[in-house]
Design a binder for this molecule. Structure first.
Ligand code: ADP
Ligand code: MG
Length: 349
């Protein structure tokens, strides 16, 4: 097993993948004004790769020789890191390449991993420029550790790797519907939540999971093909009507949403939340307001369920609703996922 912690060499060579369209569109400006001076002090040399289109970063890290870089830095939202992780996992040498530390600098409107890492590092809750400064400081210090990834497979045969979360229903609707307000930064999610509350609806499907607690770790894959029923030691949720299902593996769903306070970078755990149909709009709003402080479970709302799991399967009854992986839209179809402990490394303070 590789060491849990490592430190970047000095001098250090960083490839910075930067999405100039992220968030309010200021990533390049902020990089030059805030990040670059700090990195220069820390003896970290940067080469900036500015993405020109979706998938550009994916192709770059999939196809190129990355041996000259000590770290890959993503200055964007979670969406660009999602591209990078999946591009790296498509390489024939993925096992070696995934040992290279990744770093997230919040440049987008969805900066959940940056907020999570800031939280794990014991820093106060901050947003915007302060969060960027904290994350840049974490890069300057150069301490990196392992992070779990979740592998998702869909009925149509896609295989995806995810570092943040998988969602369906209300939360995913907010995430995707609010993309048009990206320029508002993180406020896009507050506005999106209120808009989606107005057209609240129910999604039908079957949710199953393998609880995280019992028995020794099976060495083989935890999953059986989607065309077969889940193994008998899995739990099948009796209700089949949901407002939302969200499987998160980091603490934060957004800069101001502390969804899984107990989550850690390598806890080997998927934190599965689901909201059952029947919840009122007011109760739903209360949950989202409480999530700012991570106190939503203390509300003891009977419609909100939480269970730590190692694998899950979601079989929507119809192809209704948006699914998301790390905040990016996914066509709605049966999907299952399992945790893979310590599959990559990130700068973590
Ligand atoms: P945000 O947090 O604002 O959503 P992200 O960095 O997550 O910002 O990026 C959102 C999407 O933009 C990603 O799906 C990514 O593929 C795409 N993207 C990357 N580079 C560009 C570009 N130059 N122009 C437009 N879209 C881009
Ligand atoms: Mg995004």
């Amino acid at each position: 097993r590789p060491p849990a912690y490592g430190v970047l060499p000095r001098p250090c060579r960083a490839l910075v993948l930067l999405n100039p369209q992220s968030g309010a569109g200021r990533a390049l400006e902020d990089f030059q004004a805030v990040v670059q001076p700090m990195l220069a002090e820390a003896d970290i040399a940067t080469t900036v790769f500015v993405t020109e289109r979706p998938h550009h970063a994916h192709e770059k890290v999939r196809d190129e020789d990355l041996s000259q870089w000590d770290t890959l830095v993503v200055m964007a939202g979670d969406g660009l890191l999602y591209e990078v992780v999946n591009g790296l996992m498509e390489r024939p040498d993925w096992e070696d390449t995934m040992k290279k530390p990744l770093c997230i600098l919040p440049g987008g409107s969805g900066n959940a991993l940056a907020a999570s890492i800031n939280h794990y590092a014991g820093n106060d809750h901050v947003a915007k420029k302060k969060l960027l400064t904290n994350c840049t400081f974490i890069l300057c210090k150069g301490l990196h550790t392992q992070m779990d990834l979740v592998s998702l497979s869909t009925a149509s045969g896609k295989r995806l790797f995810s570092f943040l979360g998988f969602g369906w229903g209300f939360i995913s609707d907010v995430d995707i519907d609010s993309e048009k307000y990206r320029r508002l930064g993180n406020a896009r999610f507050t506005l999106g939540t209120l808009q989606c509350l107005a057209k609240l609806r129910v999604y039908q499907g079957r949710l199953s999971y393998l609880p995280a607690v019992p028995e020794a770790l099976p060495s083989d894959s935890l999953l059986v093909p989607l065309c077969q029923p889940v193994p008998p030691h899995w739990t099948v949720v009796p209700e089949e009507e949901f407002v939302s299902v969200y499987a998160i593996y980091q603490s934060h769903l957004g800069t101001n949403l502390l969804m899984a306070p107990a989550a850690q970078l390598h806890d080997g755990c998927i934190h599965l939340f689901y909201l059952k149909a029947g919840i009122s709009r007011v109760a739903l709003l209360k949950i989202f307001l409480a999530m700012a402080r991570g106190t939503h479970l203390d509300l003891n709302c009977p419609y909100l369920c939480y269970v730590p799991v190692r694998a899950f399967r979601l079989e929507p009854r119809t192809a209704a609703g948006i699914m998301t992986v790390d905040g990016e839209a996914l066509a709605c179809e049966p999907v299952q996922g399992q945790i893979h402990g310590r599959l990559c490394r990130v700068l973590s303070g």
